[in-house]
Design a protein around this ligand. Structure first.
Ligand code: ATP
Length: 776
């Protein structure tokens, strides 16, 4: 419902706060009940529920609220507040009463009257604009004036900023972020240099700053505009995975962003500005490349921690003969015989401070991890059973992975505890990580799985927390998609050839007759042939066109459900959201099939999506405070209305593998239906049955590493539906989008010298000592 005032005047409700129905301390989102004293809208009721991002509202106080009416399906009309301010009486008597109230300590009626007599009905805004006006109030002590100014700012600083920011269409939520950074100086900063916000406020876009600058007459070639353009271009490049931009690219992109026919800018001006920013440490220019400082220091920090670890030697005095015996005993226990590469991987990992283990699916990475743990336990006489340790943190084997699902898989496949990297480092959201250089991790061996997903920021945080006496094994498959965040840490480490690496090539699962593995390796080795798409016991290909995809997937899904397969075990993966065969349409089709609308099931609608009790959903952002992370999949188990819980807000409850999370309406956008998820979101997860549509309308996305990643998510069965040509073209298309990173160079500079020494040592080990394969 839209209310018009008919006069073009800004709509308001002047209301007294009766009570707060709900408030969220972190974001200051509140729902309040108001008694209406006045309004210039057509609303005629005496009370209304208002909601918005308030700070410090007091029961009984009068405020002006500016916003718009909304119709809630159950509770009727509510006022969605965009900005607000305390009502300050506009009569002299009212103002005297206000200034002499409890809100202003030390000001009695007489002093208040003096102020009002001298400054008039607009006393408060005059003081806000220039506190010096109080100096002329006869008989007002300096200290009293200072206390009054301070209290005014405490009581109204935020509202004042909110009201002023709203003139530039900046909403309450962004205003909270801005106020936290600049406090009362927010407007001053904004009007003098709106571009400062691009540097300091997370999520504040360049275009917004630019339009405010236009309104305030800041010139198009103002250095602040050019500076903000540079920062913005660098921030945007993170979305493409870059750690830096070459100076020339950066300059070109800034010229494009700032382009205006009236004031053309040339490259020299931009380069000069970048150099100034470099001097101020707002960017870092190093060897002709431009970095945002956080990325430069992450790369620099990670490289130095890798060097630090490599400098510390491993005490390993077990002879090769003893090691052979120990590994032989493990082979007997596990009833297998390690292949040559696998044996070497175990042996080398025990000798190395830091080692990388790579290999495609089914090459035995997990088998090797288990072997390393057992061998280490045996050599050091340490139990590999966590229950033998009184204190959890004494367990010497630390297993971790970047996502919840990958950690869970690691836990299941090794039978040992494994947690996400965030949990291992004690991430507290805005407070950062508990573990760092000062408070490092405990344990003897750290094994990090799915390392291809780790970005440079997380790699740096993790490595700074690794103590010198810990051995580290990095496990990953470089042919998977790179991390969502900036960098390509695993492939840079491998490219540097400075870290001891063992690559497993022999495929063991294939020996058990897996077509999925065969396909994956054919794609990896560029030997994919169309006749590999013949159906097999774990694989089928269904020929269909784009317009048939949703229908085909629905039928396959139905067949699986009819056979009694749990929907948790079937996962549809697709590369894009918005096509006829995109994730959104597939989700709609599958929701209709497995969880259709019913009078018996509650549902909520968020934009175009309906979440219904029983729906499979995926979490889209990290929410460490609730123990739920980007990519976690769960099920909607309940929906509660406002009058059914003590918080008096609508709630949606999702059961994840390990915990239950309660969402309020404003957080529903962190969820999506998950019958079909994006291939990017599936990284690090595996599913018993994967259904994979591949059609030519996805061509923009179809790349070898994307298809490889999707195929390797299927554990027992893979069904590809779509067009063979699209699949063939996709596996032949290599991702040429180069990520600008300099980790390899950073590592080379730091550790080449050290590495030469290590190499010599390793050669000595290889020369002097015999391996079992020398006897074969
Ligand atoms: N040397 C071996 N002899 C016999 N079987 C083996 C050997 N190595 C591994 N396997 C078997 O091959 C299968 C795949 O091994 P494993 O799970 O360790 O590979 P992986 O590289 O971790 O695979 P993925 O990345 O797909 O999880 C397992 O069933 C494992 O028991």
């Amino acid at each position: 419902m839209k209310m018009e005032t008919g006069t073009g005047e800004k709509e308001y409700i002047k209301g007294e706060l009766l009570y707060t129905i709900f408030t969220n301390d972190v974001e200051h989102f509140s729902i309040v009940k108001l008694k209406i004293h006045d309004t210039n809208t057509d609303y005629r009721e005496k009370e209304i529920v208002a909601k918005g991002y308030f700070s410090n509202l007091q029961d009984g106080n009068l405020y002006y609220f500016y916003g718009q009416f909304e119709k809630h399906p159950k509770y009727g009309t509510q006022y969605h507040v965009k900005s607000y301010q305390t009502f300050i009486p506009d009569s002299k008597d009212g103002l005297v009463a206000y200034l002499s109230s409890d809100m202003f300590y030390g000001i009695g009626k007489r002093t208040a009257k003096k102020i009002v007599d001298h400054l008039g009905e607009n006393a408060v805004s005059k003081i806000f604009n220039n506190k010096e006006v109080l100096a002329d109030v006869p008989g007002l002590k300096k200290e009293t004036a200072e206390t009054l100014v301070k209290s005014l700012h405490e009581n109204q600083g935020f509202e004042h900023i909110v009201v002023n920011l709203s003139k530039y269409n900046i909403g309450l939520k962004m205003a909270q972020k801005i106020y936290q950074v600049y406090k009362e100086a927010a407007m001053e900063v904004l009007e003098e240099d709106p571009y400062r916000y691009v540097f300091d406020i997370d999520g504040f876009g360049f275009q917004t700053a630019d339009s405010i600058a236009r309104q305030n007459g800041i010139s198009l070639n103002h250095p602040n505009r050019i500076g903000a353009g540079c920062i913005y271009v660098l921030q945007k490049s993170i979305q493409d995975g870059h750690v830096y931009l070459p100076l020339g690219d950066c300059v070109d992109q800034v010229i494009q962003l700032l382009w205006n026919p009236e004031v053309p800018l040339d490259g020299k001006e931009i380069t000069n500005r970048l150099e100034e920013l470099n001097n101020e440490k707002s960017v870092i220019i190093y060897q002709g490349n431009v970095y945002l400082p956080s990325l430069y220091y992450a790369e620099d920090g990670f490289a130095s921690h890798v060097k630090r670890l490599l400098e510390n030697k491993v005490e390993f005095d077990t002879t090769e003969a003893e090691l052979m015996k120990i590994i032989g005993e493990i082979e007997e226990e596990e009833t297998l015989s390690y292949g040559k590469e696998q044996y070497e991987a175990i042996r080398r990992a025990l000798h190395s401070k830091l080692m990388i283990l790579t290999g495609g699916p089914g090459t035995g990475k997990t088998t090797v991890i288990k072997g390393i743990i057992k061998a280490y336990g045996s050599i050091q006489s340490l139990s590999t059973d966590p229950s033998d340790y009184d204190n959890k943190s004494d367990f010497p084997f630390v297993l971790t992975a970047p996502t919840g699902r990958a950690a869970k898989r690691m836990k299941e496949s090794t039978g040992l505890p494994a947690v996400t990297i965030h949990r291992l480092l004690g991430w507290n959201g805005s407070d950062g990580f508990e573990k760092d250089e000062q408070e490092q991790l405990s344990g003897k061996i750290l094994i990090i799985d799915e390392f291809s997903m780790v970005d440079i920021w997380l790699a740096n945080h993790l490595f700074k927390a690794i103590p010198n006496d810990m051995q580290v094994l990095i496990v990953g498959d470089e042919d998977q998609l790179p991390s969502v965040g900036p960098g390509q840490v695993l492939s840079d480490l491998l490219d540097s050839e400075l870290i001891p690496t063992i690559s497993l090539h022999e495929v063991y699962r294939q020996k058990e007759g897996s077509k999925i593995i065969q396909l994956a390796h054919a794609i990896k080795n560029d030997s994919f042939q169309i006749d590999l798409l013949h159906n097999d016991k774990d694989f089928s290909f269904i020929d269909c066109k784009e317009y048939q995809v949703v229908d085909v997937i629905t039928k396959v899904y139905k067949r699986a459900i009819d056979k009694g397969i749990d929907m948790k075990d079937i996962q549809v993966l697709a590369p894009m959201y918005r096509t006829e065969a995109g994730i959104t349409m597939i989700n709609k089709g599958l929701q209709q099939l497995v969880n259709p609308k019913s009078n018996k099931k509650r549902e909520v609608k968020v934009n175009d999506t309906v979440f219904r009790k029983g729906d499979k959903v995926i979490q889209l952002v990290n929410q460490p405070e609730d123990g739920v992370f980007n990519g976690d999949i769960g099920e909607v188990v309940a929906i509660f209305e406002e009058d059914e819980n003590t918080d008096h807000v609508q709630q949606l409850v999702v059961q994840f593998e390990e915990n239950e999370v309660v969402y309020e309406r404003k957080d529903y956008i962190n969820l999506m239906l998950a019958y079909c998820i994006s291939i990017h979101k599936s990284q690090g997860s595996e599913f018993p049955i994967v259904i994979l549509p591949i059609v030519s309308s996805y061509h923009r996305m179809l790349r070898k590493n994307l298809i490889y990643t999707s195929i390797t998510r299927g554990k027992q069965s893979l069904i590809i539906c779509g067009e063979k040509n699209a699949l063939t073209r996709g596996v032949e298309t290599v991702d040429t989008n180069k990520r600008y990173t300099s980790l390899k160079e950073q590592l080379t500079v730091r550790i080449e010298e050290h590495h030469n020494v290590e190499l010599e040592k390793n050669e000595m080990i290889e020369d002097d000592e015999l391996s079992p394969y020398d006897f074969m």
